[in-house]
Write a protein that binds this ligand. Sequence first.
Ligand SMILES: NC(=O)C1=CN([C@@H]2O[C@H](COP(=O)(O)OP(=O)(O)OC[C@H]3O[C@@H](n4cnc5c(N)ncnc54)[C@H](OP(=O)(O)O)[C@@H]3O)[C@@H](O)[C@H]2O)C=CC1
Ligand SMILES: CC(C)=CCC[C@@H](C)[C@H]1CC=C2C3=C(CC[C@@]21C)[C@@]1(C)CC[C@H](O)C(C)(C)[C@@H]1CC3
Length: 418
Amino acid sequence: MALPQDPRPPLEFGGPLGAAALLLLLPATMFHLLLAARSGPARLLGPPASLPGLEALWSPRALLLWLAWLGLQAALYLLPARKVAEGQELKDKSRLRYPINGFQALVLTALLVGLGVSAGLPLGALPEMLLPLAFVATLTAFIFSLFLYMKAQVAPVSALAPGGNSGNPIYDFFLGRELNPRICFFDFKYFCELRPGLIGWVFINLALLVKEAELRGSPSLAMWLVNGFQLLYVGDALWHEEAVLTTMDITHDGFGFMLAFGDIAWVPFTYSLQAQFLLRHPQPLGLPMASAICLINAIGYYIFRGANSQKNTFRKNPSDPRVAGLETISTATGRKLLVSGWWGMVRHPNYLGDLIMALAWSLPCGVSHLLPYFYLLYFTALLVHREARDERQCLQKYGLAWQEYCRRVPYRIMPYIY
Ligand SMILES: NC(=O)C1=CN([C@@H]2O[C@H](COP(=O)(O)OP(=O)(O)OC[C@H]3O[C@@H](n4cnc5c(N)ncnc54)[C@H](OP(=O)(O)O)[C@@H]3O)[C@@H](O)[C@H]2O)C=CC1
Ligand SMILES: CC(C)=CCC[C@@H](C)[C@H]1CC=C2C3=C(CC[C@@]21C)[C@@]1(C)CC[C@H](O)C(C)(C)[C@@H]1CC3
């Protein structure tokens, strides 16, 4: 493994051509999945049974609902927070401050939706609006990314992200130029990463469950499992909201189309694919199988949470008794790397746990269709690519110490396999 010599970051995602292709491919894939999930054959591969006209995509009601949703989440973000956390140190040695009130936003949204439903709000009508909602979310992502691109023109150089400033407008629009774009205390990237899309995902799932109950008398066991597992995942992310401040997205990546579209459109409309599939393709699921799937999800969650918490605790305070006994290697930066505990098993144990959970989310959908396994396939590709990006950055940051870590912990994600 050679240490990188060139201080300019290499172009990622296939450079400008790859970025241009992804700008079209990502929204096209999302619409393909939405259409496939509602079609009889539910084919992942191959063209959808029919293409929607503009009237199926455009709806003023969907636009209003979407704007109200964004407004509500922005208002909840601005409410007084139980804690204000500091982010990682920036290039100019300053630290940004972030409100920790994401879980509170989830609970308040649930209360408001509950009140709305008891006042007659037809939650079961939401599944019929998914297509136009996804359309306005995509439009919003394009317009918002354009705003972010222009905002970066007037940002100081110290506010720019390490990548995303190649000079090629398509590449930079896709990757994002500014690291932490914000207006006053309102941080756009942090807000989008955890609020409208992630919370929206849970309520889309819930609406699909309600619709299934309307259609068939009660929700199926498979639908309960998918809703429960994904609610646990989102609730966990918001409960441990502060931990997102050390992820690659916040500390390294600029905020451009990739993350804006990913956060506000891709996450709610493609991560709810299993529940969308189950609404139109009910699957029988017995208790023994359901228990086995719950066990798989629990194992995945145990590894995911254990690994993420161990690293966060260690990064916050290496002398914390929960991590003080773990073996470490020193690096030239003064920071240490864990080489025992979860991080001594593979170099990305948190990815392993996340992938096991992804499998558990698809299994309730049976094995008759490939479509509900899209998340598992896409997520494997995303994490393998993300792992390679992270390794490159760590090698640059930690040099020989990282090489020593790779020697001591040879597997990346899956022990003895990868
Ligand atoms: N559901 C989804 O769509 C997605 C979920 N995720 C999940 O998000 C979570 C966060 O992932 P991500 O941001 O990619 O990265 P990680 O949380 O894995 O963080 C990687 C960083 O951890 C630090 N690190 C690496 N090895 C060690 C070690 N041995 N000891 C101490 N520190 C170490 C390094 O940063 P430093 O040394 O600077 O602290 C490295 O850059 C994961 O659980 C992932 O599965 C991610 C993407 C999408
Ligand atoms: C294909 C495409 C548009 C890619 C963009 C990728 C984004 C969808 C993901 C990048 C990193 C993410 C994270 C989460 C959701 C998906 C995105 C935005 C996350 C918020 C999910 C919940 C986890 O607990 C998490 C907080 C660790 C996680 C952070 C990274």
